[in-house]
Write a protein that binds this ligand. Structure first.
Ligand SMILES: C[S@@+](CC[C@H](N)C(=O)[O-])C[C@H]1O[C@@H](n2cnc3c(N)ncnc32)[C@H](O)[C@@H]1O
Length: 397
């Protein structure tokens, strides 16, 4: 029996974002540190000496916006922080249903941050807010895993911490596997988070609020273990934003004014050491507020989820991979990103970048890897599919 090798093409679902991510590519400027005029820090923060200046130079505006101005989701002035996520899998819905309504009412995320293969993992949530995602992931990592949420806003942390015992009981755990830390996502060391200590970092609609995205990414890289992953949803603009938009307080608070042009994320991520970002999903944001739309003009925004890995630089060697189907909740197929979906037992040719990610991360155990042209069965690991005698035809598409 001859099995063809599947090569996949890019497909971005739920939006016209495929155009968004290609038509607007143009060379980017060298720096991206946006300080809205009316919320200027007292000293210019170039990202190099964050720890020296400390919180005194931080923006206080998001703290007031998420701590005082907004009481619940219904107070938001646009739908940027309510952007529809992709359909929610049943096991995630089940986990969400167990979360206390007060926590859920203060959820301001713009995507679904549920990476696969979570059992026993140590997670960090950047800008955890009232803790909805932490409590959802607390169930998915299981009692042996752990989730830490970090946020700068005391009012949000208060709600999150209030329900630690409630959820521990609700999930049937002997002791909590969640904790919440007050701190800045640009200063993880100062918040007491150790280098090389997390398997996965998630974040939901927060990085756009930071005036120093490079520092957020470099700190995340530092606290991730080798092979670790930053999996995060955020708002991106179709091109670099004008000063008028960046300086508008409400647009900043609504997660639009601080949005990165997506091309700058790709550049910054690699500059701090990550693998090139892999786009998972993207949804166009319809702002639905005429006053804000008038200021935004023809800028477009998407809520997008990217996955960035801390893995060795790519080898550029394509590889044949077979998914073994053993990841909980993904018994039939694994939708890795917008480009690659791996069906169980199917041979897929991946590019060198993805081969490096899969073979140097927690996914290494879940795949069999073979150089192109090598007959199945001679792979590095023996997949379930080896029970059949298969021959791989590398050039069949
Ligand atoms: C749009 S809300 C999202 C909250 C949460 N991720 C959720 O999905 O509900 C943004 C959160 O990020 C926090 N935040 C913004 N900038 C931050 C920073 N520089 N350091 C720490 N937290 C920050 C705010 O306090 C707020 O709780």
């Amino acid at each position: 029996m001859v099995v063809g090798v599947r090569r996949t093409g890019l497909s971005v679902k739920n939006c016209t974002a495929a155009g968004f991510f290609t038509l607007n590519s143009f060379p980017c400027a060298s720096r991206i540190v946006h300080h809205p005029k009316d919320i200027q820090p007292t000293r210019h923060n170039c990202g190099k000496n964050w720890s020296q200046h400390g919180p005194s130079v931080f923006l206080t505006f998001p703290q007031d916006y998420y701590g005082k101005t907004l009481k619940t989701r219904s107070d938001l002035k646009s739908n940027a922080c309510l952007a529809p996520a992709q359909p929610i899998p049943a096991f995630v819905l089940k986990a969400l249903k167990k979360i206390h309504p007060e926590v859920t009412s203060k959820y301001y995320g713009c995507g679904l941050v549920v990476p696969e293969c979570l059992e026993g993992c140590k997670l960090l949530d950047l800008g955890s807010g009232s803790g909805r995602d932490c409590y959802m992931l607390s169930q998915l990592v299981g009692e042996k895993g752990h989730v830490t949420g970090i946020d700068m806003t005391e009012d949000q942390l208060e709600v999150a911490r209030k329900y630690v015992d409630h959820h521990t009981q609700e999930f049937g755990y002997e002791k909590p596997n969640v904790d919440f830390v007050q701190g800045y996502i640009e200063a993880l060391k100062e918040a007491g988070l150790q280098e090389n200590s997390f398997d996965i970092i998630i974040s939901n609609c927060v990085v756009n609020l930071s005036p120093d995205k490079r520092k957020v990414l470099s700190d995340a890289y530092r606290v991730l273990k080798d092979g670790g992953e930053l999996y995060f949803s955020d708002v991106y603009s179709s091109r670099k934003l004008s000063d008028e938009i960046k300086n508008h307080k409400v647009l900043w608070g609504e997660c639009l004014g601080g949005a990165l042009w997506w091309g700058d994320l790709v550049r910054l991520a690699q500059e701090v050491g990550f693998s090139p970002p892999r786009l998972v999903t993207a949804n166009v944001i319809t702002v639905d507020n005429m006053e804000l739309e008038a200021i935004l003009g023809d800028y477009q925004f998407v809520s997008a989820t990217y996955r960035l890995f801390k893995v060795p630089k790519i080898s550029n060697k394509a590889s044949l991979v077979i998914y073994n189907g053993n990841i909980t909740g993904f018994g039939e197929s694994l939708e890795f990103d917008a480009q690659y979906t791996f069906k169980v037992d199917e041979v897929v040719e991946v590019d060198g970048e993805v081969a490096s990610i899969l073979s140097h991360s927690r996914f290494a155990e879940e795949f069999t890897f073979q150089p192109p042209g090598v007959p199945a069965g001679c792979g590095v690991k023996k997949p379930k599919v080896c029970a059949n005698t298969r021959t791989i035809a590398p050039n069949v598409s």
